[in-house]
Every structure is written in structure tokens, then in C-alpha cells.
Write a protein that binds this ligand. Structure first.
Ligand code: DP6
Length: 362
């Protein structure tokens, strides 16, 4: 080996070093990028479903989901959606995965509309992946859209670096699904109809530990409902009964609020059944008419009334579906569950105590 061989070899080593350094720097950049996508722009939240005691039915502005009346609900502990939102530079479009299945079309558009608001406020110009899991049947009168959009609102604002106060997250959730505004605060929650977009959001009127109520949800059909709430709200003004329901709204709201604050079960029972019956009367007299009840729904309603007349503190309320939410005190929950399970047509009974606020997972 002479000197020139030595020179050539050391030049090759030098060259390899430079290329190695470039490759190393590039790999470092890619890894850094991926890590920053995950550490800085990802958040996971959990939000409960809720059951309305005074119902939201009809909008005065359907694009902004500004309701025609205020509403009041109880969060349902243990019936929840867990959602992870991650904004990623590598995505060409928003992705939505619910219970392991990719969702496209209208469902994705509704989610993207919320993400667009978040992006605008955070000055972000990248798409997001949304992965969501429900632990209860979707579309059967348990407000899955409430849990879904409240979890989305909380996770997406956090992932985008926005540190919004509760009322602002509730307002954002409202734009995705009206009832979702009520799943952001804790316990017993009132959604103020407000004068416009700015002040239409939900607030907690009492924490979960205020009153040991239990919702025993009698499932009489776990299938998908035929007409979703969004279409239903649009039909509300076609019923001549809706105007009367709306005018009387503040009175019912006040009775219900007071019943909760004073833990007055009798008063709560009569107002929630009355409010639920009024909403269903509007539904049944809309054009086209909406009938959500099945024969088993009526059978459960009748039994609940009989049990109450015989001294058990129990009442029913029904959302836009056939299942009956049977509200009782926790001390009589096991009796009520047994009674419900013995009724023909009751397939299953879900049990939920008063639930907490929507929260972020560490
Ligand atoms: C009968 O909130 O589901 O459950 O805003 O179109 O998503 P969108 O409607 P949604 O309506 C709920 C209707 C209800 C009553 C209630 O929860 O107040």
C-alpha cells in the first residue's frame, strides 16, 4: 500500500462520515417531528352522556344550535365517550374513527366543522385524527352525541394548545350537538338559552354529590333510531303544540331547578314526567309525525307511575328514542332494577349515578 492508497481510503472514510452525519441529522428531524406531533398536539378526554330533565327540543338558529328553551340535565356516570384528538402534519384530511370503524360523510363533516373552529382559534393549519370509543349503545335514546361532542370539544381545544375556560368549551360543544354543552360541567347542569352564540352555554347548578339520584335506563330496543335529533329539532315548529311548550318552558325549568336544589323528589318526579310527555306530544304532532315509543316503552311508563303511587320514589323521562330513563333515589335503585328486569320487553337495564364534569386524561 503506498501513500496514494492511504489518501483515497481516508477520503472515503471522511465522505462516509459526512453522509452518515447528514443521515443522522435527517433521522433526528423526522423523529423530533413525530414526537412533537404526539407530545404537543395530542389530548385525550372523557365525557359522560347526560339525561335531560327539562328537554331541549327545537332551535331558534339551527346552524348555531341556539335552542328555543333552556334545559336541565343530570350527567350519567359510567356511560361515557373517550376521545383522542391528534393534530398531525402528515395528514391530508381529518380522520374519524368511532368504536374501531372509520367514519366518512356527514359524521366526519360535523366533526371537521368543530375542528375548523379550533384550528381558526389556535392559528393551526393541520388536519387531525379523532379516535373515539363509546361504552354504551349508540343511537337509542342515550345521548351519544352529547358525550361524543363534549369529549371532542375538550380534547381538540387542549390538543391545539387552547386553554379555554369551562363555559367556552361548553359553547364549542353546543355547536357540535346542543345537548353536548351540558356534558362539560359536573353533576346537575343547566344550559342557558342565552341571547346569542356568546352566552348560550351550560353551567353546573349542583355537584354530583349534592343528591344521590340514579338513572336506571330500561333498554327496550338497542337499535338505531329512525329519525335523529337534528332532523327532529327542525320539525318541532311544525307542531301547533310547540309554541305552548316553549312559552311554558321557564316555569318548568324553575320548578325543576328548585326541586333539585331542595332535593324534593315528588316535585322532581311530576315535573320531569310532565316535561317529557310534552316533548313527545310535540314530536307526535309534528309533520311528519315522530313516534319514538314502542309498546314496551308505554308498559314501563305505566309501571313506573304505579310504583310511585304505591310509595316508591321513582319517575320516568324519555329522550328521542324508545328507552325509558327511570330516575330514583340510590337507596331504592336495586329494587327498581329488579322490577324493571321483570317487565316483558325490557332487554337490559343500564345504571348510572350522577356523573362528573368532562375531563382530560393525563
Ligand atoms: C330529546 O343534542 O341530540 O335528547 O343538537 O341536533 O345534536 P343536536 O340534538 P341533540 O338533541 C337532544 C334532544 C333530546 C333532549 C335533550 O337532551 O335535551
Amino acid at each position: 500500500m503506498d501513500d496514494s492508497d492511504f489518501d483515497t481510503k481516508s477520503r472515503i472514510i471522511e465522505l462516509l462520515d459526512v453522509r452518515g452525519k447528514i443521515a443522522f441529522d435527517y433521522a433526528k428531524k423526522v423523529i423530533y417531528h413525530q414526537m412533537s406531533d404526539h407530545t404537543e398536539r395530542t389530548a385525550t378526554s372523557i365525557a359522560c352522556a347526560n339525561i335531560a330533565f327539562i328537554k331541549y327540543w327545537g332551535n331558534r338558529d339551527s346552524a348555531l344550535r341556539l335552542p328555543v328553551n333552556g334545559s336541565l340535565s343530570m350527567n350519567l356516570d359510567g356511560l361515557f365517550t373517550r376521545t383522542t384528538v391528534s393534530f398531525q402534519n402528515s395528514l391530508g384530511f381529518d380522520e374519524l374513527i368511532i368504536n374501531g370503524h372509520e367514519v366518512m360523510g356527514k359524521g366526519l363533516e360535523r366533526v371537521s366543522a368543530i375542528l375548523d373552529i379550533v384550528r381558526q382559534n389556535a392559528g393551526l393549519d393541520i388536519k387531525a385524527q379523532v379516535v373515539s370509543e363509546n361504552n354504551f349503545p349508540t343511537g337509542a335514546g342515550i345521548a351519544s352525541s352529547a358525550a361524543a361532542f363534549s369529549a371532542l370539544a375538550l380534547a381538540s381545544t387542549k390538543a391545539a394548545g387552547l386553554d379555554w375556560p369551562e363555559f367556552a368549551v361548553s359553547r364549542l360543544a353546543r355547536l357540535g350537538s346542543g345537548s353536548a354543552s351540558r356534558s362539560i360541567p359536573a353533576g346537575f347542569v343547566e344550559w342557558k338559552m342565552g341571547s346569542g352564540d356568546e352566552d348560550s352555554y351550560a353551567v353546573s347548578i349542583a355537584p354530583p354529590e349534592h343528591w344521590d339520584l340514579v338513572d336506571c335506563v330500561a333498554i327496550v330496543s338497542a337499535g338505531h333510531k329512525e329519525t335523529g335529533s337534528t332532523e327532529g329539532h327542525a320539525l318541532a315548529p311544525t307542531s301547533p303544540l310547540q309554541a305552548a311548550r316553549v312559552v311554558d318552558g321557564p316555569r318548568r325549568l324553575e320548578i325543576c331547578r328548585r326541586a333539585i336544589l331542595e332535593r324534593d323528589f315528588d316535585s322532581l318526579a311530576s315535573i320531569i314526567e310532565h316535561d317529557s310527555d310534552m316533548m313527545h306530544a310535540v314530536m307526535m304532532t309534528s309533520q311528519p309525525a315522530l313516534f319514538y315509543w314502542k309498546p314496551a316503552t308505554l308498559a314501563v311508563m305505566g309501571s313506573v307511575r304505579e310504583w310511585r303511587y304505591s310509595g316508591l320514589p321513582v319517575a320516568y323521562t324519555i329522550d328521542a328514542g324508545p328507552n325509558v330513563h327511570v330516575i330514583c333515589l340510590s337507596e331504592s335503585a336495586s329494587t327498581i332494577v329488579e322490577l324493571l328486569k321483570a317487565l316483558p320487553g325490557v332487554e337490559n337495564v343500564l345504571i348510572a349515578k350522577v356523573g362528573p364534569a368532562a375531563r382530560l386524561e393525563p
